[in-house]
Write a protein that binds this ligand. Structure first.
Ligand SMILES: [Zn+2]
Length: 65
């Protein structure tokens, strides 16, 4: 079985994480936040689902080039 293991806390960036059994996620030992990590799919080869990938907003606005 493969699990998605976060490398650092998405909130404070600390790497001191431990599995949180109750939520099936992870608990940050630094800021005590519990979060879950979901595997959305591979970012290459397969066509991504548009709704699954948030599109980054461009800072240039909607001015035509
Ligand atoms: Zn944290």
């Amino acid at each position: 079985m493969s699990r998605v293991v976060p490398y650092h806390c998405p909130y404070c960036g600390d790497e001191d994480l431990r599995p949180h059994a109750e939520s099936k996620g992870y608990e940050c030992r630094s800021c005590a936040r519990v979060f879950t990590v979901r595997f959305h799919g591979l970012a290459f080869d397969e066509a991504p689902t548009p709704s699954a990938i948030p599109a980054p907003e461009e800072e240039t606005g909607d001015e035509p080039h």
